[in-house]
Design a protein around this ligand. Structure first.
Ligand code: AP5
Length: 190
């Protein structure tokens, strides 16, 4: 199975590229951001609690996202040729949890691919998307910059976690969507 973590700051292109990888390699796409937005749309109690944090650019507690991922891995395992983890893991405890969960299913993360782009490009992409997306966390530059701050503080250390396992690969995330996709496919197929 091809299990890949697509990593990077807010707006780095994780969701865009994950969707293309899923189509090309017939993988199951697991995006914790999408799962949380679904909970918000369905007006569940979990969604209401998550919305308060998401709208401030803060992370949702590890246990909540871990439980969502565990359920989807168990459900998707039989029919998939692999998983793309998009926006997860975002903290070291989440990375440890993912390793534990996958090993229960005799699986493991094969590669962790990080999309790198300068902060100003990330902010610009998210402000543009915010005009049409309706996402509260895309509307305000202060909240976008807080998401990037939280990424540096809590999420970037996950790079070291996978580097220690020799699974970390960095890919230039600037360029057209197709150019970035070409770079990603090259490292996926290596
Ligand atoms: P999440 O949905 O994961 O948001 P994010 O990481 O902030 O990422 P985005 O979806 O904003 O960006 P992306 O990197 O996917 O880029 P995209 O392809 O969309 O999480 C949202 C919130 O949920 C978090 O802040 C947190 O509160 C919570 N959460 C989620 N997971 C969690 C977890 N594991 N633990 C705790 N909390 C969690 O592209 C962005 C824009 O750029 C699009 O408009 C796109 O069209 C454009 N674009 C993409 N690529 C290019 C390109 N090459 N050139 C030009 N434009 C491009």
């Amino acid at each position: 199975m091809l299990n890949v973590v697509v990593f990077g700051g807010p707006g780095s292109g994780k969701g865009t590229q994950a969707a293309k990888l899923v189509e090309k390699y017939r993988l199951v796409h697991l995006s914790t951001g999408d799962m949380l937005r679904e909970e918000i749309a369905r007006k569940t109690a979990l969604g209401a609690a998550a919305a308060v944090l998401i709208d401030q650019g803060q992370l949702v507690p590890d246990e909540i996202v871990a439980a969502m991922i565990a359920e989807k891995v168990a459900a998707g395992k039989a029919n998939a040729s692999g998983f793309i983890f998009d926006g997860f893991p975002r903290t070291i405890p989440q990375a440890e949890m993912l390793d534990g969960l996958l090993s229960e299913h005799d699986l493991s993360v094969g590669k962790m691919i990080s999309l790198d782009a300068p902060e100003d490009i990330l902010v610009e992409r998210l402000l543009v998307r915010g005009k049409a997306s309706g996402r509260a966390d895309d509307q305000d530059e202060k909240i976008i910059r807080n998401r990037i701050h939280v990424y540096h503080q809590k999420t970037e250390p996950v790079i070291e976690y996978y580097a220690a396992q020799k699974k970390f690969i960095s890919v230039q995330g600037v360029g057209s969507v197709e150019e970035v996709f070409g770079r990603l496919c090259e490292v996926v197929e290596k």
